[in-house]
Design a protein around this ligand. Sequence first.
Ligand code: ATP
Length: 234
Amino acid sequence: MPAVEVKNLVKRYGKVEAVKGVSFSVEENEIFGLIGPNGAGKTTILRILATLIKKDDGKVKIFGYELEKNDDEIRKIISYLPEEAGAYKNMTGYQYLTFIAKFFDGKDMVEEGIKISKLGRRINDKIENYSKGMIRRLLLARALMTKPKLAILDEPTAGLDVINAHEIRNIIKEFAKKGTTFLISSHNMLEVEYICDRIALINEGKIIEIDTPSNLKKKYDAKNIEEVFVKVVK
Ligand code: ATP
């Protein structure tokens, strides 16, 4: 059974058809990337799978649970990190993770979260004093400390410097090795080669290719995924 099965997914915002019949599946333990330019429909797809907005058509199953029929079950096994996630700025990182852990039933969760965040002693500082990278690491820790079967991460490294982005990618790879399945979006075509097992290239609401980065580079005789994308879109 695949971790995620998406068949002919459609989403419209008024007259705009943001997602135009998209199909893909993600295997358990895979890091699967949705790659495409701004406005391609990535966030829309991820928000539908995270049970936050409703699809207009198509079928989605997450670990066998059908979206919109079994949303409660789905919410128990997924984590979603939005692109523009904010945290409660008046809290310290520690208070924030403790606050989130209360919704679940694990005290150990907070310790795990602190470890993932790699914030060290800064975990006791107020979030308002954190840099963008620190906030992102805290939010990623929040998303992963609940040990989701599927982590849905929207642009997990957007706007981060090289070191912070690298750390976040390593955390993702480490958790994938331990059994978490990842569905991530990115418009950074170089980063996806580093972390994704397979990628779906998406443009104007349609998937135009799905394969491993190395197969795609071979197929299009390209040096990198950016070059593949340009060749595919032309
Ligand atoms: P980005 O990389 O900029 O986040 P994206 O690939 O995630 O882009 P979406 O945010 O899913 O793309 O947007 C897909 C299309 O749907 C765009 O044309 C966008 O303008 C439109 N859209 C997204 N959300 C809404 C909304 N709430 N109302 C109307 N149109 C929307």
